[in-house]
Design a protein around this ligand. Sequence first.
Ligand SMILES: Cc1cc2nc3c(=O)[nH]c(=O)nc-3n(C[C@H](O)[C@H](O)[C@H](O)COP(=O)(O)O)c2cc1C
Length: 224
Amino acid sequence: MNIVTINGSPTGLQGSTGRLLAALADGAREAGAAVTLFELGTLTVKPCNSCRTCQQIGTCVINDDYTQIKAAMLAADGIVLASPNYISNVSAQMKALLDRCFSMFHCQMLHKKYGACVVASGGPLYQNVEEYLLHVVGNSGCWKVGSAATGGGMLDDSGEAPAVLKEARDLGRRLAEAIKTQQRFPEQEEEREQCFEMMRWLVEENKDKWPYEYEYWQTHWGKG
Ligand SMILES: Cc1cc2nc3c(=O)[nH]c(=O)nc-3n(C[C@H](O)[C@H](O)[C@H](O)COP(=O)(O)O)c2cc1C
């Protein structure tokens, strides 16, 4: 069982995002998962240039660390996206990665994997960032296991920190257990189905412009 965690914070494991992510990874390891960490702060993932080559031939023209992150995501059973709240959104590092995943999401390549997310914020208004990351996890095709978030210096408060870190560790454990048992989440079924069929429709509508994606759908997901 293999979980890929991606830290979108440039402050690495010293920062609040990184500390929450490390607690999540501890929980996942306790439940038997192997956990791999990608630090976007030390790797290079440039922004998408909208050339659409990925949709036509399945590979990105930009030669950087996205290649290895994509391979790890495809091989993983679980994926964790972690980001700080930067101006009410994810960090630029995380957004660049998500944009580069464009064709992977169209093709629902992560369908049936499991996902979670982590957010750290200076203040208490981070709900939209958490919701956005979870939304992306769901639209990628993953089952949404949950999220862990912290704001307003909770991780620096010796009274609050143990509870927040425990929440993240519990999420890691739940993620690993969900993978182990191939858990289904009935309340997510309808939304997942709608997203999946919307992607199918989109790719079929554009089959002449996006031959790689059309071929991927035919090969992997059939006629529906
Ligand atoms: C560029 C930048 C933008 C930020 N924008 C916000 C914001 O809009 N709202 C907020 O509550 N905190 C904001 N913060 C504070 C960070 O969310 C907070 O310090 C968080 O803990 C950073 O994550 P890290 O500890 O992993 O580095 C911002 C910080 C930076 C550096």
